[in-house]
Design a binder for this molecule. Structure first.
Ligand code: MRU
Length: 352
């Protein structure tokens, strides 16, 4: 982290899962304590915590919290554990990191029980596993940063979409981790941040965390990206990902596809930064990625203010899929994958 302070996006405490409420940033910096797994699930669903790796970490902590309560209440643990996992899985459909983290907690639960461990010791093993997922995410993001920084030249202006920063992870960021790493290497980097309608992750979150790290950032409306590319102001685009299919097709925040198409038109490198936990090699192409639809009010309101007629029909897909042909490289903690992605991603995934 450039400022010397790692962001506490989501953390385990003995009282529960503490997270920064991203719905009220940047006007308020409020930390919420979730004391039940249902509260953690609700925080994910309502996007108090958001960003693919961060919701994976939050879900793991939520599962640990739920299991600890079930042990204390003397419940049937196999039934209770499965119910907790299903509650977490029903929160948001697109980011595969959520399901990756749930599967990892399930595997640990089964492994520890098979070893004859029960009660508080079993609950502690699950807390330890969630803590490990949290710590690994920070190390993973730093490694993505190190690899990705090599692709960003001194003096670059980097365009990013949405927030793939400390707030979207356990505390360093994927796309913004690359920018942080480049700055830590002494490079002079400027960022153009798309505001990212309708949830405004770029305006509210990316701008806030980059300013906090004193990294120069210029906020633009999503519709301005092509204009600045045409003027030659953008060196490269770096974005995060929610799910990457075997052929490299990448789901990320709605509007990413538009940015990628524009970058291609202007021959600007378009980089995706993501941990290998974002790979979903069970899907051959991006066509199979489930796209979350969110409430129309996210589009018809800005804050408390309605900006559209109440009777208007609204579409609000939260993600789109960028076809692999538009992606220059995918930067992971295990290295950089170049096309053809079907071969390079499979190799990286096998490198565990
Ligand atoms: O709906 P969100 O805010 O959870 O969407 C977040 C994104 O699309 C991010 O770019 C992605 O999760 C990568 S975060 C490192």
């Amino acid at each position: 982290m450039v400022s010397g302070r790692l962001m506490n996006t989501v953390e385990w405490t003995s009282a529960g899962v503490r997270l920064i409420d991203q719905r009220v940033l940047p006007t308020e910096e409020v930390y919420r304590m979730c004391t039940t797994y249902e509260e953690v699930a609700e925080a994910i669903r309502t996007m108090a915590v958001r960003g693919a790796p961060a919701i994976g970490v939050a879900a793991a902590f939520g599962i640990a919290l739920g299991l600890r309560a079930s042990v204390a209440a003397g419940e049937d643990l196999a039934t209770a554990f499965e119910h907790i996992c299903q509650t977490m899985a029903a929160t948001r459909p697109t980011a595969v990191n959520l399901f990756w983290a749930i599967d990892r907690m399930r595997r640990r639960f089964e492994q520890v029980r098979a070893a004859g461990v029960a009660g508080n010791e079993l609950a502690q093993a699950l807390i330890d596993e969630a803590q490990a997922i949290h710590a690994e995410d920070i190390a993973t993001c730093r490694q993505i940063g190190r690899y990705g920084a090599e692709l960003v030249p001194d003096g670059a202006t980097v365009l990013t979409h949405c927030n793939a920063g400390a707030l979207a992870t356990a505390g360093y960021g994927t796309a913004l981790g690359i920018i942080r790493a480049a700055v830590e290497q002494g490079k002079r980097i400027t960022v153009y941040a798309d505001e990212t309608r309708p949830f405004l992750q770029g305006a509210r979150l990316t701008a806030w965390e980059l300013l906090r790290d004193r990294i120069p950032v210029t906020l633009i409306c999503d519709s301005m990206a092509g204009h600045f590319m045409k003027l030659g102001r953008i060196t490269c685009v770096v974005v995060g990902a929610d799910r990457i299919a075997a052929n490299g097709d990448t789901a990320n925040k709605i509007g990413t596809y538009m940015v990628a198409a524009l970058a291609h038109r202007h021959r600007i490198p378009f980089y995706v930064a993501a941990p290998t936990s974002t790979l979903d090699l069970t899907l051959e192409t991006g066509d199979g990625i489930p796209i979350e639809d969110r409430a129309p009010q996210e589009v018809t309101y800005i804050g408390p203010r309605r900006i559209a007629p109440p009777e208007v029909s609204v579409a609000n897909p939260a993600f789109d899929v960028t076809p692999h042909e538009l992606i220059t490289a995918i930067i992971t903690e295990r290295g950089i994958a170049y096309p053809p992605f079907t071969a390079t991603l499979r190799r990286l995934a096998a490198d565990a």
